[in-house]
Design a protein around this ligand. Structure first.
Ligand code: DGY
Length: 320
């Protein structure tokens, strides 16, 4: 009998087709609408494999109703949507898609940093709204990126890829990580700093750490009070790492200069969220890995991980 698989979003990709050859597949056919929780709970009851997005909460309640489930393949590198302990206790393999999205996410991180520093969105709106009446000396002036100090919190693959881009702008680079990485210090000429030191000394603070119970609200009121008044915060990791209420106050009262956010505590962020009303915030709808090439690679890797787990081979990227 073919293994049963449920895919939580309409997906394309070479290996997704392969799942359809080998498995008995059901797919949520919508691309821009999440599968409702009650439907997902029902669909997982009989399946051997689940290919899901970061939008699905894979928790104890869901796992306990999925008696045949052997693998959850997440089409994302981050897996904070999955209760890893519950999966482990139930012997369910969890896989993710690191590597293939590194460069694309680093491109977006640097794009957001540049756009926030140089007020690109605000300037474009200024022109379109007919406010541009003359050239004037301090009009829409931003912060220099070149030769500024970049502080990276969380030094993994994406952090290293961001450093390579920052090097082209002659930036000085500090990093903070759970484990010090002597290799990249030598290879890329970056300097390790404690979190406080990094926050005090950086012109740009870039959040790239995974979201866990330890990193929840890692950047909050106290952290903003340590930062420069000219500092720019960039978050392309997960919204919950930054305390949004504290960020709002820091931006509103100019304790820091600006923020560029690709991720939010609640996604989609409500359109009436106070942060969206501030001129010194650049906001994006979680598009870090959103290039056509990379999203297809992520779909294929998620499909391959799933297929391997269902055919008794070791998946390429196992979380547990
Ligand atoms: C991830 O993979 O975790 C990103 O947030 C989406 O690509």
């Amino acid at each position: 009998m073919k293994p049963k698989v449920y895919i939580t979003r309409r997906l394309n990709g070479r290996l997704v087709k392969k799942i359809e050859e080998i498995c008995d597949v059901k797919m949520w056919e919508e691309e821009d609408v999440e599968v409702p929780r009650d439907i997902l709970m029902k669909e997982v009851q009989e399946v051997d494999g689940l290919l899901c997005m970061l939008t699905e909460k894979i928790d104890e309640e869901l796992l306990s109703g999925a008696r045949n489930l052997k693998v959850v393949s997440n089409m994302a590198v981050g897996y904070n949507n999955i209760d890893i302990t519950a999966a482990k206790n139930r012997g369910v393999t969890v896989t993710n898609t690191p590597g293939v999205l590194t460069e694309t996410t680093a491109d977006l991180t640097f794009t957001l940093l540049m756009a926030t520093a140089r007020r690109i969105v605000e300037s474009s709106d200024y022109l379109r709204e007919g406010k541009w009446e003359t050239w004037s000396p301090m009009q829409l002036t931003g912060q220099d990126v070149h030769r500024a100090t970049l502080g990276i919190i969380g030094m993994g693959r994406i952090g290293e890829a961001v450093i390579k881009r920052a090097k082209g702008f002659d930036m000085n680079i500090l990093y903070h990580n759970r484990n010090r990485k002597h290799g990249i210090e030598e290879e890329l000429g970056v300097v390790y700093a404690g979190l406080e030191e990094l926050l005090r000394d950086s012109d740009f603070v870039c959040v790239l750490t995974p979201y866990t119970s330890e990193t929840h609200h890692l950047i909050s009121e106290r952290e903003f009070s340590l930062m420069k008044e000219t500092a720019v915060l960039i978050n392309t990791a997960r919204g919950g790492i930054v305390d949004e209420e504290a960020l709002y106050h820091a931006l509103k009262h100019r304790k820091i200069w600006a923020a560029g956010l690709d991720v939010f505590e609640q996604e989609p962020v409500p359109v009436d969220h106070p942060l969206l009303a501030l001129p010194n915030v650049v906001t994006l709808p979680h598009i870090g890995s959103a290039s056509i090439q990379t999203r297809l690679k992520m779909a294929d890797l998620a499909a391959e991980n799933l297929l391997r787990a269902l055919t008794k081979q070791t998946p390429k990227h196992v979380v547990v």
